[in-house]
Design a protein around this ligand. Structure first.
Ligand code: HDD
Length: 756
């Protein structure tokens, strides 16, 4: 690596003073002499800002683009400076009284550098601490314009967005693939102000009233004495609460289903959960529930994959999102709404629309698509954007109003309040990622981290000194006007009677699952309750399961070695909702990852064939990763992305095996891999592990050449469903892609038979 001219000059000078690295003495200059005070060097040419130092477009607190290019750059200029812009000659040594002497208090640079470092962390979010974000654009279809005046939903209106996905329970440094709900929060920078849709990948919530939020979160987070487990619900306090507080039953069932372990953020549905009220230009209102429908379909991991990933790649989901965006495979979701008439009862088909523990099955109210979200840019700086973004369900725009859901009411307080601690003061709306793209002219003043220089003398209304400005607007000028609903009632701490139904929709969900999904649910409850220490907690929860379904209860009880209790109330059967199941549909395979194990071929002919398969994967819009014993290039041309040391099956959606590589040999190298061990040399155990796991996890498994030997050594029956053995790679690939459309080879799971 060539030394930068500035660096080498500084090294020389510093080396002369400290004896580190440079000559002990510069000829003619005694060791004790001060170094030259001249600027060490000049940069050869003005250096452009590094790409990772340019931030998102910034807007002044009054909503105007800041304009000047350098204002968009967090850091500028070629020289290292202090925060005050003072150029620095050395940042590696404290100012000392002699090379071995004490450090001097006057060293401002030392104190500033360490002081700033000491305060680099801010409190993590009290929930949803771990997340990953991306920039994008939302385009309205105009399909909702007959029921809402929200400008950003208009036909072909494009609105910049920032989305943050998250887990709920774990700390910032916890793993991505834990069993949990996922947050799906979207900030729309609309022309009428910021609209935040702060949803989850599960359409219901644990509680019906926000006053219970601290309870459910205290129960679900780590035990207060040991701060374990991290990011898991498999522990006593969660199941203690869930067993006693049965309105959490439905949400918990979603968590225990495959929805609790998504394959990717890109393959999750999103839900606004609450019912919202849309308002048209005439003031007519409609109730709606918001949905996000992923273009790539809804897919999940299997539990063993999720657990392996926790160790192999704890950043699996954030890596997947960032890699896909960087590769140009921009993930997309359609925004949809379920529409209900705004009647005084606020119910639909008997379902209380103000109860966030209930869904309205899509078969009763279809999801109508009203716009398209595309994520197309990764954040330039995680802290500045993903960590500092502040969502709030109260960030609304004209045309969208809240309802009286008591869960929503508490959220309307909480999201504003939490930022005061998290972002240290009331001016978080001035942080670049939070700035509206609509003009801002508020009368909020001062406070910690005030970055605006407000002009004028009259931040109050009415005033005459600032010309009466700013003016208030009417609805015609785009003002937000709350829907003037009548409200009346006695002050009570009570819930409506319908809120007491905690089981009927959990049963609906169970009945809507395919056999293999049911089996996964049984395994999940058995695992989670099996991790509890307290017998009473397990027994009580079996009582909850009995009120969902007797087979579910009996199977889990069997796994726990406990008797299965009877239901405490009659089970209500309703027609299943096929939309709740993730199995049975086909989806595009775009962006899925295909591992290709290079075989033990004997020359460039095989490399060419492998190259052709790789190219065919690319042409299909998928990502090929070649796996070989060592890195480098096969046959000098084909780049290897994973070695037998770095590859693990959990990374791939399907595996293709081009042969049966023996241990420790080159693939397609000068040596014949089998030569040393003869024709019956065993297959490399790391390849066998890849094959066995891919098979066990129900992923398509293709092979040609000597692959059949590898499959048989891995214990994979050649006739098993989704095991594709063929003569050449391209034909095997074609069948593999077809299978990927259903995500997994579901027939490989034993399931159904045992579910009686
Ligand atoms: Fe919440 C964060 C979603 C109920 C209080 N919540 C937060 C985030 C999401 C949700 C996605 C992360 C936002 C981000 O990425 O920054 N929360 C939900 C959904 C709920 C819900 C879908 C129910 C339908 N939340 C809820 C209640 C309360 C909170 C009932 C409090 C009474 N939520 C918060 C919070 C957080 C938060 C403490 C933590 C960090 C933040 O807000 O900015 O205020």
């Amino acid at each position: 690596e060539q030394s930068h001219p500035i660096r080498s000059a500084v090294d020389k000078v510093v080396g002369a003073v400290t004896g580190d690295g440079g000559p002990a003495e510069i000829p003619g200059v005694p060791n004790s002499a001060p170094p030259s005070l001249e600027e060490p060097t000049e940069p050869r040419e003005p250096l452009p800002p590094k790409p990772d130092q340019s931030g998102p477009d910034t807007f002044s607190p009054t909503g105007q683009p800041t304009g000047a290019p350098q204002a968009k750059v967090a850091q500028d200029g070629a020289y290292l400076t202090t925060a005050q812009g003072l150029r620095l000659r050395d940042t590696d040594h404290s100012l000392k009284a002699g090379p071995r002497g004490p450090v001097l208090l006057q060293d401002h640079h030392l104190r500033e550098k360490v002081m700033h470092f000491d305060h680099e962390r801010i409190p993590e979010r009290v929930v949803h601490a771990r997340g990953a974000g991306a920039h994008g654009v939302f385009r309205g279809y105009g399909a909702a314009s007959n029921i809402t005046k929200a400008a950003f939903l208009g036909k072909d209106v494009e609105t910049p967005v920032f989305v943050r996905f998250s887990t709920v329970i774990g700390s910032r440094g916890s793993a991505d693939t834990v069993r949990d709900t996922r947050g799906f929060a979207t900030k729309f920078y609309t022309s009428e102000g910021v609209f935040d849709l702060v949803g989850n990948n599960i359409p219901v919530f644990f509680i019906q009233d926000a006053i219970k939020f601290p309870d459910v979160i205290h129960a679900a987070k780590w035990h207060p004495d040991r701060e374990i487990p991290q990011a898991q619900t498999a522990h006593d306090t969660f199941w203690d609460f869930a067993g006693l507080h049965t309105e959490a039953t439905f949400h918990t069932l979603w968590n225990m289903s495959d929805r609790g372990i998504p394959r990717s953020y890109r393959m999750m549905e999103g839900f606004g959960v609450h019912t919202f009220r849309l308002v048209d230009a005439e003031g007519a209102t409609t109730l709606v529930k918001f949905h996000w429908k992923p273009k790539l379909g809804v897919h999940s991991l299997v539990w063993e994959e999720a657990q392996l990933l926790g160790g192999v790649d704890p950043d699996f989901h954030r890596r997947d999102l960032a890699d896909a965006i960087e590769a140009g495979a921009h993930p997309q979701w359609e925004l949809g709404i379920q529409v209900f008439p705004d009647t005084p009862e606020q119910t639909f088909e008997g379902i209380d629309l103000l109860d966030s523990t209930k869904i309205v099955p899509e078969e009763l109210a279809p999801v109508q698509r009203i716009g398209l979200l595309t994520l197309n840019a990764n954040p330039a700086n995680f802290f500045a954007e993903t960590e500092q973004v502040a969502f709030h369900v109260g960030h609304l725009v004209p045309g969208i109003d809240v309802t009286d859901d008591p869960l929503l009411a508490g959220r309307l307080f909480s999201y504003l309040d939490t930022q005061i601690t998290r972002l240290a003061g009331p001016n978080f709306a001035q942080i670049p990622i939070n700035r509206p793209h609509a003009p801002v002219n508020d009368m909020l003043r001062d406070g910690f981290h005030q970055t605006a220089v407000h002009r004028g003398v009259a931040p109050y209304r009415p005033n005459s000194l600032d010309g009466g400005c700013p003016f208030t607007a009417g609805a015609a000028e785009g003002a937000y006007v709350e829907v003037p609903l009548e409200v009346s009632g006695r002050k009570v701490r009570e819930a409506p009677a319908s809120y007491a139904d905690h089981f009927s929709q959990a049963r609906l969900f169970w009945l809507s699952m395919s056999p293999v999904e049911r089996e996964h649910i049984i395994a999940a409850y058995t695992f989670e309750l099996g991790k509890c220490y307290e017998q009473a907690v397990k027994e009580r929860y079996l009582g909850v399961l009995a009120n969902i379904d007797s087979v579910l209860c009996r199977q889990v009880a069997e796994g726990l070695g406990l008797p299965a209790p009877a239901a405490s109330q009659p089970l209500a059967d309703s027609p299943p909702s096929p939309a709740l199941s993730q199995i049975g549909q086909t989806w595009p395979a775009d962006g899925r990852i295909i591992g290709i194990v290079a075989g033990d071929g004997d020359g460039n002919g095989d490399v060419a064939a492998l190259g052709a398969v790789r190219q065919a994967v690319l042409d299909g819009g998928l990502v090929p990763l070649i796996i070989a014993p060592t890195g480098g290039k096969l046959g000098g041309t084909l780049p290897v992305q994973r070695t037998f040391v770095t590859a693990r099956s959990v990374e791939f959606d399907a595996l293709l095996v081009a042969g049966a590589p023996a241990p420790g040999k080159d693939a397609y190298g000068a040596r014949d891999a089998k030569a040393a061990g003869g024709a019956d040399a065993p297959v490399d155990p790391r390849v066998l592990l890849l094959i066995a796991e891919v098979y066990r996890h129900g992923k398509p498994l293709g092979g040609w050449g000597t692959a059949s030997q590898a499959f048989s050594e891995a214990g994979v029956p050649a006739q098993a469903p989704g095991v594709l053995l063929g003569d050449d790679g391209t034909s095997v690939l074609r069948e593999t892609l077809e299978l990927l459309g259903t995500h997994r080879v579901w027939d490989r799971f034993p399931a159904a038979a045992s579910l009686t």
